[in-house]
Design a protein around this ligand. Structure first.
Ligand code: ACO
Length: 328
């Protein structure tokens, strides 16, 4: 029996309306537009309305992805939501989304791999479909990072934004779809990027809140060095697993953390900037949502054609990383 080819049947994205510009951040912390643009490439990011939580952003992206795939929610067999900002500890955001969508037949779970979560989710979904367990899987990357960002900390507050991207995975013609996945983790680097407060190690107390332990803590320089190293190597490994040359890449869709990290990946892959999707100037780093939003925009803008070779690559807290080669 021939193995099923698994690919993307439809994409969707949603970003909240409210923009937080660098100039507004200048009023909040000791920083300036010029520093943020030259050091990161970010100009503005989106912020969810107070009444919006991660599952609400996920819902908006998901209905668009279902529509693009031409299937209804009751045809979904599984929902995977990659997020580090779930609506609550439990039930999972995937279960909350299942209810909002009315996807009664679907199993549902959240996946925690920070900014690499969407690629981890794609790998999981592909495996389930290839083994014949499920036909249609919804994979969502959704984040309300503004809820875990300390707006008194200039090291982190300039970087993050809110948003959501979704894809429906299913069978595609032979030769198309996902050709390889390279996933990795290094728990030794966990302390470089984390939230300590509120978990079972350090439950929330008045003290943990007044010490601001419920916000993201980051060692930016070390995360930067790790990212530069791993983005290129993960992409190269995924390419060699797929038997594809760097020169065959039509579009790179990298995690949108910092323009300088993306430029170093482009250098290593011998690619020019026009072969790369970049939208961090408008959205900042949306963690698990960055790659699916960039992918959905590439599709909307007509930058992806049938038969194109796409490389998705990301890194994040954990530490984690992931890359995939996809024939559109
Ligand atoms: N505005 C002005 N100055 C600043 C700011 C700011 N917002 N932030 C830091 N500085 C200052 C620093 O204090 C430092 O000053 P000093 O030299 O007097 O000490 C100087 O600028 C340089 O600081 P660095 O930290 O060395 O700046 P760097 O060039 O490394 O840029 C940045 C910092 C943007 C955070 C970068 O390190 C980076 O992008 N790292 C990766 C972060 C990342 O990708 N995180 C992913 C999170 S993904 C997830 O899983 C959620």
């Amino acid at each position: 029996m021939n193995e099923i080819s698994v690919g993307i049947l439809g994409t969707g994205k949603y970003v909240p309306e409210r923009r937080l510009t660098n100039h507004e951040l200048e009023q909040m912390v000791e920083t300036n537009d010029e520093w943020i643009v030259t050091r990161t490439g970010i100009r503005e990011r989106r912020i969810a309305a107070m009444e919006q939580a991660t599952s609400d952003l996920a819902y908006e992206a998901s209905i668009r992805a279902l529509d693009a795939a031409g299937i209804t929610a009751d045809q979904l067999d599984l929902i995977i939501v990659a997020t580090i900002t779930p609506d609550m500890f439990f039930p999972s955001t995937a279960c909350l989304l299942q209810e909002k969508l009315g996807a009664k037949k679907a199993a549902a779970f959240d996946l925690s791999a920070a900014c690499s979560g969407f690629i981890y989710g794609l790998a999981n979904a592909t495996g389930f479909i290839k083994m014949g367990m499920y036909r249609h899987v919804l994979v969502v990357g959704a984040e309300c990072l503004s809820r875990i960002t300390d707006y008194t900390d200039r090291n982190t507050s300039i970087l993050f934004g809110d948003g959501s991207g979704a894809v429906v995975l299913g069978e595609v013609p032979s030769g198309r779809g996902f050709q390889s996945f390279k996933l990795g983790a290094d728990g030794a680097g966990g302390e470089l990027l984390r939230i300590c407060g509120g978990g079972s190690r350090l439950p929330s107390t008045e003290q943990t809140v007044s010490d601001r332990r419920h916000y993201i803590e980051m060692n930016g320089r070390d995360v930067f060095k790790f990212a530069v190293r791993v983005m290129g190597s993960a992409a190269e490994e995924a390419l060699s697993m797929a038997g594809i040359e760097k020169s065959d890449i039509d579009l790179l869709i990298p995690h949108q953390a910092n323009i300088r990290i993306i430029q170093s990946a482009l250098e290593r892959l011998n690619l020019s900037e026009d072969k790369c999707m970049i939208n961090l100037d408008r959205y900042g780093n949306m963690s698990a949502a960055s790659i699916p939003v960039a992918l959905a925009e590439a599709v909307e803008e007509g930058r992806v054609k049938e038969g194109d070779h796409l490389v998705l690559v990301g890194f994040g807290g954990g530490l984690t990383w992931g890359a995939s080669v996809l024939v559109w």
